[in-house]
Design a protein around this ligand. Structure first.
Ligand code: C2E
Ligand code: CA
Ligand code: CA
Length: 485
């Protein structure tokens, strides 16, 4: 802070200036007592004693370099010789035009440093910087932040033109890797709108936010920032933060959607579907949180909770002398992926006192055929007496291999296939799929059945059971209970 006051500049600017100074011997001696760490080819100084820093800086300012010179140096990027972030910010603030601010990063740039050496890496950064400067126009600004991070401002209100410039930079950089004979330089960009008066740091933060969303996606070149995305991310963060607390406090409820046999119109089963009741009593459907929990792994705890709850309810109804039907539960791919999963579920059912055949397990087709490991887990579940259902059959790339996996007892035909009823080709597809399944000894449940016409059709082709709004929506516990004799 003292140094900053001395030359009136911010800390990063000072740090940058100090890096660029040619150090006189006596100062070098002083520096030698300070910690010098070399990272990514640049030498960073840090002093044990802040006073040493002050002495050093004052010395530089009075002896060698004028404040003006120091200022000039403070705005020049050490590696590329172009704008650094300080300079970029200053220039953008001074420029009174709207446009787009772009944050640029390079996929796995550290490979260049580690394979080709840091000197080559720095050379590549200089080339990259020059190529960017070749694309930016008179009114645009570009700068180097640090490492492989760059920032660009395009003074253009037309997003299409900005994207074209981004694409040009991308093509230029591929050529850079060719001429330098280094691994492919593949940039990715975050883009946000800029208006005069907006804080540069804020805009840069937005562009970074957008950019980081495609960090793992080498097939996407740029991402445009949107407020809605931020809101969604904030919402997801809140859901993650509240998850374990709400799970403990029983804020997750199981709703039951009955399955009926079309021939007799009798209740033959149900599916347990999770709902999240928030503090304000609002009910959140699974589509809002399951994909998130599948990504972050929390689904494992949730699926187990649902299973436990269903077993507990089944047990209570038995104790009350009710005639129960099997209630299937859903297991996400992530829930299948741990060593003792089968034993764990089997133990839970045993402890609660429920036969495993009363709690069948639904696995989506894509998870089931995915790999041998899951196949063997499915086999184990089956071996432990859990009936297995292929969920969402026909919603993605369906495969006849699924039908031939011996462990599946029931095929759940997805709503998207049921919606074919009324179309002659689609109907034939259904007729033959169901016939094939039955010939292999597999039962068939139709999902998402909404109309009388669909029920009639399915009844005529011997579909075993139907789950859909035609019969019933998913019901809260007390309403489902009333269906049991
Ligand atoms: P799913 O397993 O395919 O469940 C069926 C979904 O279709 C349910 O939506 C149900 O309400 C809806 N549905 C049923 N009949 C009809 C109909 O006639 N018309 C229409 N338009 N929709 C119908 P829900 O309850 O919102 O569940 C959505 C998905 O969330 C489920 O799809 C399942 O993949 C997942 N899910 C629900 N609970 C759990 C859970 O405990 N664990 C896991 N891993 N996933 C769950
Ligand atoms: Ca399901
Ligand atoms: Ca389904």
């Amino acid at each position: 802070d003292q140094v900053s006051k001395t030359v009136g500049k911010s800390r990063p600017a000072i740090a940058n200036a100090l890096r660029l100074l040619n150090l006189p011997d006596e100062i070098l001696n002083l520096v030698n007592t300070a910690k010098i760490s070399a990272g990514h080819g640049r030498t960073l100084l840090s002093f044990k004693n802040p006073d040493d820093m002050l002495v050093w800086a004052k010395k530089c300012v009075t002896d060698d370099i004028s404040v003006r010179e120091l200022e000039r140096i403070a705005y020049v990027d050490a590696v590329t010789g172009g704008n650094n972030y300080e300079s970029f910010k200053k220039k953008l603030r001074d420029r009174n035009v709207s446009g787009y601010l772009i944050s640029m990063d390079i996929h796995s740039f550290k490979i260049v440093n580690s394979i080709c050496g840091v000197a080559k890496g720095d050379e590549a950064l200089r080339w990259i910087s020059e190529n960017i400067r070749g694309v930016v126009g008179y009114n645009d600004i570009s700068g180097h932040i640090n490492a492989d991070r760059f920032v660009i401002f395009f003074a253009d209100d037309k997003i299409n033109k900005v994207i074209r410039k981004i694409e040009t930079i991308n093509l230029q950089l591929i050529k850079v890797s060719e001429s330098l004979k280094i691994p492919k330089i593949q940039p990715y960009f975050g883009v946000t709108k800029w208006e005069p008066g907006k804080k540069v740091e804020e805009a840069y933060g937005e562009a970074n936010f957008a950019k980081n969303r495609i960090k793992e996606r080498k097939d996407v070149l740029y991402q445009i920032y949107s407020q809605a995305d931020t809101e969604r991310i904030v919402e997801e963060k809140q859901m993650e933060d509240n998850f374990y607390r709400d799970l403990n406090d029983n804020h997750f409820e199981i709703w039951y959607q009955p399955k009926y046999a079309p021939k007799t119109n009798k209740l033959v089963g149900a599916e347990g579907l999770v709902r999240w009741r928030r503090e304000n009593n609002e009910i959140i459907p699974p589509s809002k949180f399951i994909p998130l929990f599948e990504r972050n792994g929390m689904i494992k705890a949730l699926d187990e909770y649902v299973f436990r709850e269903v077993c507990t309810h089944q047990r209570r109804w038995l104790d009350e002398g009710k005639k129960i039907v099997p209630i299937s539960i859903n297991l996400s791919r992530a829930s299948l992926y741990f060593e003792s999963v089968v034993k764990r579920y089997h133990d839970i059912a045993r402890r609660i006192g429920i036969y495993t055949h009363l709690v069948p397990i639904e696995i989506t087709e894509s998870a089931a055929v995915d790999n041998d490991e899951i196949k063997s887990i499915a086999d184990k579940f089956h071996g432990n007496g859990f009936p297995l259902l292929v969920d969402d059959f026909g919603s993605g790339y369906s495969s006849l291999v699924t039908l031939n996996m011996k462990c599946f007892d029931t095929l759940k035909i997805d709503k998207s296939l049921i919606d074919y009823i009324g179309d002659s080709n689609g109907e034939r597809l259904l007729v033959h799929t169901i016939a094939l399944a039955k010939e292999l000894g597999i039962c068939v449940t139709a999902e998402g059945v909404e109309s009388q016409e669909q029920v009639e059709f399915l009844k005529n082709i011997d579909c075993d059971s139907i789950q859909g709004f035609y019969y019933s929506k998913p019901l809260p516990l007390t309403e489902y209970e009333m269906l049991l004799d």
